[in-house]
Design a protein around this ligand. Structure first.
Ligand code: GLN
Ligand code: ZN
Length: 761
């Protein structure tokens, strides 16, 4: 048994290089294939990953990073935290699991929310005073054994106990004084039991992820961290414990971990800016392994190995052992840059996806331990693209830079709200409680097929456009039949709300197969923003005009905001994000103006990712929100008072961004609220928000269709918090992942409920 952990990655993509898991899941859910087929696909994918990581030469290969849906949900199930309402369904274990993830007709799913500041979503466990913790399933042990049979001794990865409880919410009915963290001691007993089983199975190391400590934490929580790892560390007959934090600086938690009886600590040296300094002041690491997260797990640029190596070298004396690792799990990047055949070759040479990052980790670790000489050729070869990127002229566009330098503060301000409101009401003439949708309608197989055919040259652009116009006509007709008030064109021409825009802007490249998991089987293909951004010509105007020509009702133009474009792209790291945001904002501003000139009186600029990019540490919030809000305002303030600006935010708990919602100064804000039953409106009232608001009344993340009574109740609850003249009625989010049948029924129910409420208020 070796004492050190060796080079490693904290986790690996699991959806499959060709999204095999996505297809297997969706086929299982649709009843087209059975459980055994799904399990077989999963087993094959796991085996592939383990072999690949093992053969790449990593010192330690992680396991249990595979999931059928989400690793937080897996943790809840493993430790028995399955709420009673899912047990009562009396489904078999796999279907109980999927019921928690996706809901069933009678029972909505668990709440879903973003994993820290990433675009990955986890399911929020519900923990109460009576949650019966116990080792309810042995998946982590089974996966370890499965890898063992392939001849690979892996390091099982679990969400750490503190992070698990800190991410959980109190179960319904728990007293208000209760917090999930109160159950730490009980939960630790079960972690201890699992650790002992893993030890018995032969696991040398277990990884317990504690990213929650890269965010602000109370002193009491740090005490709990100390207590928990003392408790687990003092177990006899256990595997060695490796506890990484990631996504930022762990601050004081680092000292706590360094002083705990665990064997290895991991730090994110890419996102963390003060960690290097904190490390140099610690003594507790002398008898531990430090896994230095030097290769970024969340972005796709090649690592500057010289730079990483000099950082690593300064760490050598600080810990008993230093191993090179990734900053976080590689779950957040695509599999393999070599699979990309269409990316501009120069830009491609600057990129590293998961597979390439593993090579970087192995190389760095060798350079650190065997000396640079041992790997001199490889290091030299890796240096060329780094230098090429640093000096590339194509990163800079003089016209863009000149325009930015000439901006005045008032370019980000609109007219006074009361006047805007009056002008808009005159122009639009909307009824009270106007109904609308968030933009996209179901993306049918025909629509997707047309896009694929265009891409493969099987149909020409004119044919493609005709098909899209037909789809727009169908969506407009349907909305007219449903009696909605502000219509949308349905976004059939968009593959994705960020990628679509990036394809028409300078400064981006897109990938063919660069998929990353967003939630469950859902993947996104983030574009790569490598240089200065501009919009050479209108993007959406023709579609919006076409839709408006089909109806007398107002059609809302649909755009994606600058913050969301950044959040859902892989963004250049050679200048501050705020500078890049301003460039994107000006591109969107041009589009908003062109829509207005084309007669579109309502324009929605979606910012679902505003909260996602919020730094985990509150001391950095102010600076972030300043540039984020300004970029939205810059994008939307170019219009007259009569043009109504909407925005859409995809979550229900604003927390620290609540004041920013006010500052965005949008005329109407729609947000997610169905699952959290309108709680968000009280939060908005507290900060004096006084603009139009559309709390979602239809949870589109689940196939469940709400009936009109349920929607009427939600609207009733909304009216307790918001006066009728400010309330809008809409679903939680876009409808593109749903089917036409369910959407029609749900929107019909929404209209019926709205009419009832209008009649009685
Ligand atoms: N307009 C987008 C849509 O409806 C918004 C999606 C989102 O907020 N994620 O699809
Ligand atoms: Zn949304």
């Amino acid at each position: 048994m070796t004492s050190e952990i060796g080079s490693t990655v904290l986790g690996y993509p699991r959806i499959g290089p060709q999204r095999e898991l996505k297809r297997a899941l969706e086929s299982y859910w649709a009843g087209r294939s059975g459980e055994e087929q799904l399990r077989e696909t999963a087993r094959t994918l796991r085996a592939q990953s383990w072999r690949e990581l093992h053969e790449a030469g990593l010192g330690s290969v992680p396991s249990n990073t595979f999931s059928y849906y989400d690793q937080v949900l897996d943790t809840a199930v493993t430790f028995g935290a399955v709420p009673e309402r899912y047990r009562e369904l009396e489904l078999d274990p796999l279907d109980t699991y999927f019921a928690m993830a996706r809901g069933v007709e009678s029972t909505p799913p668990l709440e879903m929310t973003k994993w820290f500041d990433t675009n990955y979503h986890y399911l929020v466990p519900e923990i109460g005073p009576d949650t019966g913790f116990g080792l309810a399933d042995r998946t982590p042990v089974e996966r370890f054994q499965e890898a063992r049979e392939l001849g690979i001794t892996t390091r099982p990865v679990l969400v750490g106990p503190l992070t698990f409880l800190l991410l959980s919410k109190s179960a319904e009915g728990a007293p208000s004084s209760f917090a999930p963290l109160h159950r730490l001691d009980d939960l630790l007993e079960v972690y201890a039991e699992l650790l002992r089983e893993l030890h018995r199975a032969g696991a040398e190391w277990v990884q317990l992820d504690e990213p929650a400590f890269a965010a602000d934490r109370e002193p009491a929580e740090l005490e709990k961290l100390r207590g928990a790892y003392r408790r687990l560390g003092e177990l006899t007959a256990r595997p060695k414990l490796f506890v990484p934090t990631y996504f930022g600086d762990p601050g004081e938690a680092l000292g706590v971990l360094a002083a705990s009886p665990i064997e290895a600590v991991g730090v994110d040296l890419v996102a963390g800016s003060t960690t290097m300094e904190v490390l140099s002041g610690l003594t507790g690491l002398r008898n531990k392994t430090l896994v230095a997260g030097l290769v970024e797990g969340r972005n796709i640029w090649r690592t500057d190995l010289d730079d990483a190596l000099s950082k690593a070298a300064t760490l050598l004396g600080l810990a008993g052992e230093v191993s090179v690792g990734t900053s976080c799990s590689l779950l957040h990047v695509p599999y393999d840059v070599e699979a990309e055949r269409d990316i501009d070759p120069q830009v491609k040479s600057w990129l590293a996806f998961a597979r390439q990052k593993v090579e970087e980790v192995v190389l760095l670790d060798r350079a650190l331990h065997e000396g640079r000489e041992a790997v001199r050729d490889q290091l030299d070869k890796a240096r060329a693209p780094i230098e090429d990127r640093r000096n590339a002229a194509r990163l800079h566009d003089k016209a863009v830079r000149d325009r930015i330098s000439k901006l005045r503060p008032r370019d980000a301000d609109r007219g006074e709200y009361t006047k805007r409101r009056a002008d808009q009401q005159r122009a639009l003439g909307l009824p009270p409680l106007p109904t609308t949708t968030i933009g996209s309608f179901p993306q049918t197989t025909d629509v997707r097929k047309a896009r694929a055919q265009l891409r493969d040259g099987k149909i020409d652009e004119a044919t493609y456009n005709t098909r899209m116009v037909d789809e727009i006509q169908r969506v407009i007709t349907m909305q007219e039949e449903l009696g909605l008030d502000v219509l949308v064109h349905g976004e059939p021409e968009r593959n994705d709300m960020v990628q679509y825009f990036s394809e028409y802007m300078n400064g981006f490249v897109s990938t063919l197969n660069g998929w990353v998991q967003s939630y469950g089987s859902r993947c996104v293909r983030p574009p790569i923003l490598f240089g200065d951004v501009s919009r050479p010509e209108p993007i959406t105007v023709e579609w919006a005009k076409k839709a408006q020509s089909m109806t007398n009702k107002p059609v809302k133009g649909m755009l994606t905001g600058p913050v969301t474009i950044l959040a859902w792209s892989f963004v250049r790291d050679d200048q501050p994000l705020g500078d890049t945001a301003n460039q994107v904002a000006l591109a969107i501003r041009d589009e908003v103006s062109d829509l207005e000139s084309a007669g579109i009186g309502v324009v929605q600029v979606d910012e679902p990712a505003l909260r996602e990019l919020l730094p985990l540490r509150s001391e950095r919030h102010g600076q972030y929100l300043e540039w984020a809000v300004r970029s939205f305002r810059l994008a939307t303030a170019g219009v007259t008072d009569a043009t109504q600006i909407h925005t859409h935010l995809c979550y229900s708990e604003f927390g620290e961004v609540i004041n920013a919602i006010v500052d965005l100064d949008a005329d109407v804000t729609s947000l997610e609220a169905a699952r959290s039953r309108m709680e968000v409106l009280d939060d908005l009232n507290e900060v004096g928000f006084a603009r139009g608001v559309g709390p979602g009344v239809y949870d589109i993340h689940s196939p469940r269709v709400p009936d009109s009574d349920e929607i009427e109740k939600l609207l009733g609850a909304a009216l307790e918090a918001v006066p009728a003249e400010r309330l809008w009625v809409n679903p939680d989010c876009g409808l593109k992942t749903r089917g036409y049948e369910e959407v029609r029924t749900a929107l019909e129910n929404m209209r019926v409920a709205t009419e009832r409420v209008r009649g009685s208020s």
